[in-house]
Design a binder for this molecule. Structure first.
Ligand SMILES: Cc1cc2nc3c(=O)[nH]c(=O)nc-3n(C[C@H](O)[C@H](O)[C@H](O)COP(=O)(O)OP(=O)(O)OC[C@H]3O[C@@H](n4cnc5c(N)ncnc54)[C@H](O)[C@@H]3O)c2cc1C
Length: 495
């Protein structure tokens, strides 16, 4: 009889793990308390609008497509991607006008990006971009295979590749990111454009290490794609592949406990009965898992885990025309940079002058909304519930200011808002996210690699973690890597 594994969570990590295990003849049951696949990549369906409620910036689609290829399937039969060129439309506030200064688009195409910087900034900065791009290519070639797509479950494993570590150090991977970026760009706007991505890892772009420049590489060099049908279409594609491989799904069921024998799980207890299992792969948030296992949610030495900042998300379905200047992904950089990140990341306060991501997915996929309508997805970083912002008392004032900013960005009152749905950190917490943040544990040095919760649970031999709360970390590309690596760990526990 084949072994059986329960995968907790039908997010991108759990789905990837399930597919990898099923290909190797394991009987897999995926359990999720939500009624649909995708996890954080959810969707809000109202009045003909299909609005993604989670990730919107999809990078490294080849990692996604490889999941299908490894299973001997053609990814194009499951999901279609469109390349977004430009990837982002960036607007920069200057110090004197609230309407912002210049605008700049990002292109993954080298020549187009060169031309854009040359036209909008200067030839010198465009030359700097070419050098920076070569630098990022080199950094990625060293860092990705050795430190991201790799099992780094102990300090020994981290130090086990000294050549790669030395190369990373030579590439200034352990210097501060702003210093690395300043080496290539004198223009402050370009420095911001090529370093804000550190925030995706829960870090201040001012304090992050150079190794985090790799996120800029994924974002603005490899570029951004959009799955046709929205982000959930990608999760649906993975789910369909899993079903084709024989994976069973139980939606709307919460896993509440594990039955243990000699420090091994023998079955998984859900709110609707138990499922026998030879191993468990779980993408439950680490704090939630600690609670389920009756353990303190602390790191080595009893220290508290530091959570990433959270976000405020406003989702709207609007009728009417948006300004032509709003593209698919738009970033509006706030006028304050240094203080804003000190506030948010170091002090857990609201950013004084926040930067805002405004996505209009209907620019490239009009089918997501009724005719003559658009989806507006607006996101701002805010403190997690571990921070110092009282949402009950100060939330309404924040939302007023947020709405005024959106009007400035072109989401004006002349548009008819047919649908509106806001999510603040309290909403993320209700969805089971530790400290009300969707971005899990911050990627500080001592919360990355071997210092992050390891895939293999230290005490229960057949319990394996996957997803953003373990290695390599947060974001769709990384959790898909996590899903594959965690399946390998689980297979090892079945032998
Ligand atoms: C608003 C927002 C914007 C984002 N933007 C981006 C972006 O642009 N690009 C990007 O790459 N990433 C982005 N991310 C981050 C990205 O979505 C996550 O890192 C990734 O989706 C996490 O995948 P996962 O499989 O680890 O976890 P999840 O997607 O959270 O999946 C875990 C699943 O497990 C289920 N589960 C947990 N515990 C239990 C239990 N006890 N019983 C049953 N089921 C359980 C949950 O219901 C959930 O479905 C964003 C996230 C959000 C919310």
């Amino acid at each position: 009889m084949s072994s059986s594994v329960v995968v907790v969570g039908a997010g991108f990590a759990g789905l990837t793990a399930a597919i990898e295990l099923a290909q190797r003849g394991v009987h897999v049951t995926v359990v999720d308390r939500l009624p649909y696949p995708g996890g954080r990549s959810g969707r809000y369906d109202r009045e003909g609008f299909q609005i993604d409620t989670g990730p919107t910036v999809f990078t490294m689609p080849e990692l996604f497509r490889d999941i299908f290829r490894r299973a001997g399937r053609d990814p194009d039969e499951y999901v279609t991607f469109r390349k977004l060129e430009p990837g982002y439309h960036a607007s920069f506030a200057d110090r004197t006008s609230v309407d912002g200064g210049g605008r700049l688009a990002t292109f993954s195409d080298r020549d187009q990006m060169y031309a854009e910087i040359e036209t909008q900034v200067s030839r010198k900065e465009a030359e700097g971009y070419l050098q920076f791009r070569r630098y990022l290519e080199e950094l990625f070639a060293v860092e990705f295979p050795s430190f991201i797509d790799a099992q780094l479950d102990s300090v020994g494993a981290l130090l086990g590749n000294p050549r790669a570590l030395v190369r990373l150090a030579r590439l200034r991977g352990f210097q501060r990111l702003p210093k690395v970026v300043r080496h290539y760009f004198g223009d402050e706007r370009l420095q911001q454009l090529f370093s804000f991505q550190a925030l995706y890892a829960g870090l201040s772009p001012l304090r992050a290490l150079g190794i985090f420049a790799i996120i800029s590489y994924m974002d603005v060099v490899l570029g951004v794609v959009q799955p046709v049908g929205g982000m959930r279409a990608a999760a649906d594609g993975l789910e369909r592949l899993a079903r084709d491989l024989g994976v069973e799904f139980r939606y709307g069921r919460a896993v509440e406990a594990f039955v243990l024998q000699h420090q091994r799980i023998t079955s998984v207890v859900t709110d609707e009965g138990s499922i026998a299992s030879d191993a468990v792969v779980t993408s439950t948030d680490p704090g939630d898992l600690a609670q389920m296992l009756g353990r303190p949610f602390r790191r080595l030495g009893g220290l508290r885990w530091r959570m990433s900042p959270s976000c405020f998300l406003s989702l709207r379905g609007v009728r009417g025309e948006l300004p032509a200047s709003l593209g698919h992904h738009n970033i509006f950089f706030g006028s304050e940079w240094t203080q804003a990140f000190e506030d948010l990341v170091d002090s857990g306060r609201m950013m004084s002058e926040p930067s805002t991501l405004v996505s209009v997915p209907t620019r490239s996929d009009p089918e997501l909304a009724p005719p003559d309508s658009h989806i507006v997805y607006a996101l701002e970083p805010v403190p997690s519930l571990d921070g110092r912002f009282d949402w009950e008392r100060m939330g309404p004032g924040f939302v007023d200011r947020f709405d005024r900013r959106l009007v400035r960005f072109g989401v004006t009152e002349e548009l008819t808002t047919s649908v509106r749905h806001d999510i603040d950190p309290r909403g993320w917490a209700q969805l089971g996210m530790d400290a009300g943040t969707p971005f899990s544990l911050a990627h500080t040095f001592f919360q990355s690699g071997p210092f992050r919760p390891t895939m293999q649970d230290p005490r229960i031999s057949n319990l394996v973690r996957t997803g953003s709360g373990t290695t390599p970390g947060v974001g769709l590309p990384l959790v898909m890597v996590s899903g594959r690596l965690s399946a390998e760990v689980a297979l090892g526990r079945l032998q």
